[in-house]
Design a protein around this ligand. Structure first.
Ligand code: SF4
Length: 266
């Protein structure tokens, strides 16, 4: 997936991604402390996996979008398809000046479906996008939704037809900068192979497992709201890179930075 583009130019949005307010230096400032925790424990933990992936791949600086609304559209379009296909649909919407909630809400279903054809399931996704945009406008748009506290906002997003937990949490984390960990198929595959979670674990318990790990339990310093957002942002992006490139359906264990501790190889 491409890196988040810059925000220069006359149309720079008021919204800024978390990487601008909580810089990656924040991630590295905790890295030293985490390394100490890791070396003390000598075991693979959700923290140590994060650190190893961060060391291996570096900060990913997600999400690749220019505005929070583009993040939300991308979160719906990326359901069951590769990001490269989403990029084509986003480019089509931009080229036709239809990447606004008002434009998508007004656009006839067939025209929208044609513009997002590259994303696959384009009829279903056109319906979902139109549902979402209508709801988004009725709610008052980004600023009104952003006034909601985190649990309420997540509850509201999940009430929209076609927005499931992963899609809602993409929006929560990457559009609204809320500390909600995004779980996807890569997360389940990598961490069950590592032996850290059961492969049958459901979405919510898995999300809570990650979030509890970052809540400052045991001897660790309690992370602030913004620090958790920054770490969840990076961690999910790193999981996607690792799952896409190394821990694939047929894993490339010989290239893997986690291979020495991985239960899959034992
Ligand atoms: S060692 Fe293999 S199975 Fe384990 S995390 Fe790495 S790629 Fe996946």
């Amino acid at each position: 997936m491409a890196l988040l583009p810059g925000f220069s130019g006359s149309h720079a949005p008021a919204w800024e991604p978390i990487r601008l307010s909580v810089s990656t230096s924040c991630l590295h400032s905790h890295a030293g402390a985490w390394e100490r925790v890791i070396s003390e424990a000598f075991t693979l933990t959700l923290f140590s996996v994060y650190q190893k992936l961060l060391d291996q791949y570096g900060p990913q600086q997600w999400w690749p979008a220019d505005t929070p609304f583009e993040v939300m559209v991308g979160a719906i379009l990326t359901q069951n398809t590769a990001w490269t296909n989403v990029e084509k649909s986003i480019a089509q919407l931009k080229a036709k000046r239809k990447l606004t909630p008002q434009a998508i809400d007004r656009l006839p279903h067939e025209q929208l479906a044609e513009l997002i054809r590259a994303s696959g399931y384009f009829n279903v996704k056109a319906t979902r996008l139109k549902n979402f945009c209508h709801w988004y406008l009725v709610q008052g748009g980004f600023d009104a939704l952003n006034e909601l506290e985190t649990a309420s906002l997540r509850h509201e997003l999940l009430s929209v037809k076609g927005v499931g937990p992963e899609t809602a949490d993409d929006m929560m984390l990457y559009a609204f900068n809320r500390p909600i960990f995004v779980v996807d198929a890569y997360t389940r595959r990598i961490f069950s192979r590592l032996g850290l979670v059961d492969d049958g674990i459901k979405y919510e318990p898995l999300r809570e497992t990650f979030e509890l790990e970052f809540m400052g339990k045991r001897k660790r310093k309690r992370l602030s709201f913004d620090e958790r957002v920054a770490h969840y942002n990076e961690y999910h992006a790193l999981i996607v890179v690792h799952g896409k490139d190394v821990c694939r359906t047929r894993p490339r264990c010989e290239e893997c930075c986690l291979r020495r501790q991985c239960a899959y190889l034992k």
